[in-house]
Design a protein around this ligand. Structure first.
Ligand SMILES: [Zn+2]
Ligand SMILES: [Zn+2]
Length: 118
C-alpha cells in the first residue's frame, strides 16, 4: 500500500512518525527518511497537504476536497470540518489580486466528546 493510498483511506490525519509505522507493517525495511521524503513529494505535487501547527506535530491529509480542520486542545484529535473554503479563496483572489494556491485553516478548542466528559 502506498503512502498516498493510505492517506486517502485514512481520516486520522497521521503524523510522519505514524505513517512510518503504518508503512512498516507492509514493508518492514522502509526507513523513516524514505517515508518523509515521499511525503514531501506528495505535498509538493499537491496530492497531500501538510497540516502545520504550532500546537503539535505536523499531520498529513490527502482527503479531497481539501477542507478545514478542528484540533482539540483536550485530546489532541484532529477532526475534519464540513468546510471547503474554495469559494472563499476565489473571493479573496477577486478582492486582493493574490493568486491563492491552497489553504490551511485550523480551528481549535475543546471537542464535543471532551466536553461531554467534563
Ligand atoms: Zn477532545
Ligand atoms: Zn482532514
Amino acid at each position: 500500500m502506498s503512502i498516498l493510498d493510505y492517506l486517502k483511506d485514512s481520516t486520522a490525519h497521521p503524523s510522519a512518525e505514524e505513517l512510518h509505522l503504518a508503512m512498516k507493517a507492509n514493508h518492514p525495511r522502509v526507513s523513516f527518511g524514505t517515508v518523509y521524503r515521499n511525503l514531501n513529494i506528495l505535498v509538493e505535487q499537491g496530492e497531500a497537504i501538510r497540516l502545520e501547527s504550532s500546537r503539535g506535530r505536523d499531520r498529513f491529509d490527502a482527503q479531497q476536497p481539501f477542507h478545514a480542520h478542528f484540533r482539540c486542545d483536550g485530546c489532541g484529535k484532529l477532526y475534519d470540518l464540513p468546510l471547503t473554503p474554495d469559494r472563499l479563496a476565489k473571493e479573496m483572489t477577486g478582492k486582493t489580486g493574490h493568486e491563492i494556491s491552497g489553504h490551511n485553516i485550523e480551528f481549535y478548542g475543546i471537542c464535543s466528546s471532551c466536553n461531554a466528559k467534563s
